[in-house]
Design a protein around this ligand. Sequence first.
Ligand SMILES: [Fe+2]
Ligand SMILES: [Fe+2]
Length: 319
Amino acid sequence: MVNTLNPLHVDLAGKKYSNPHYFQIQHRITSLINNYLTIEKLNHRLEDLPLQFENPRSGPWKKIDWSSINREQVISINLEVFLSILVGAIDTEAPIRDYTQTSRQYLEKIHPQMARFVGGFTNEDGNIQEVGLWEKEERQHTPALIKVYSQLKGEKITVKLRTVRGYIPTDDPHEDLYRHGLHRVATEYGAACLYLWLMAHTTGALQDVFEQLLIDEINHMTKFWGFGVWLFPDISFLNVGNILVKTRSQDYKCNSLLRTLKRMMEKLNWKSWTLTNKATLIFTFIYTMHRLMAWTNSLTPDYLQELLGKQQSLSILNP
Ligand SMILES: [Fe+2]
Ligand SMILES: [Fe+2]
C-alpha cells in the first residue's frame, strides 16, 4: 500500500487513514500482528538462540531517515500525549546496563550461556569484559527514542536515571530465576505491544523507528519466553496466572507481571489517552497474548530439547 503523504514510503501497517476510527486502527494492529508475530517468525527467533550462544552477533538496524521524521507522521494520537508516551518509553528502557547485569546474576548459576547472552561476562573485579547481546541491542533503544523526541519537539530531553531493583537472591536460585524471568518477559512483551501499537499510529520514517524497536523486542521476548518454557516445563499461561496470585512467599515479587504492566502504563501517561487509544492498546495486548499462547502450545518438549538440549526438570510449581 502506498502512503500518500510520502509516495516512496510503504506503510508497514497496511491501509493508511487520515482520521481513522477505532476499527480502522484495530485493522492496522491486526495486520501488524499477522505480519510480525507469525508462528514461523517466532520459531525462527527462538531457533536463533543456540546460534547466538555459539557466536553472538547482533543484527544490523535498517536505514532510518531521521531528518524526515515529523509531526505529520503521528496518526490519531494527540502530539502532547505522543511525546509523553516517548518519555515513558525512555524511562522504561533505561538504564539498560543495570537491567542486564541483574539478569546475568540470576542466570549465572543456572545457565551460563544464557547469562552471557543477556549480560556478557565480567572479570573477578566485577568489570565487564564482554557486553551481552541483549544489552547491545537494547542500548540502541533509548538514544533512538531520544532522537525521535527531539525531532518532534524541537528540543532535547534529559533522561532521569532510575535505580533498578538489583540482584536479591534467596536460597532458591531456581525460584529466583523463575520470578525474575517472568518480570523480564513481561517487560519485553509490554514493550513489543507498545511499539507495535505505535507503528499502527505512525507512518514514514517515524514508523521505521518503531518497526526496528518492535523487531528487537519480539526477538528478546521470544528468546526469553521460549527459554523459560524449556527450563521450566511446568510453565503455562494458566499456572503463570496461578503463581501471580499465589501468596506463598509473601513478598512484592508475587505479582511482578501485573506490577510491571501497571507501572509501565503509569509512565505512559495513560490517564490522558483517548478512549480509542486505550481500547486499541488493550486490543493489542490481548491479540498479541493470544498469538503467544498459540505459539507456546506449539512448543513441544522434543522441539525444545532438540534446540536447547536436555535439561533437568526444574519444577517450580510442585517443589
Ligand atoms: Fe527495548
Ligand atoms: Fe526489551
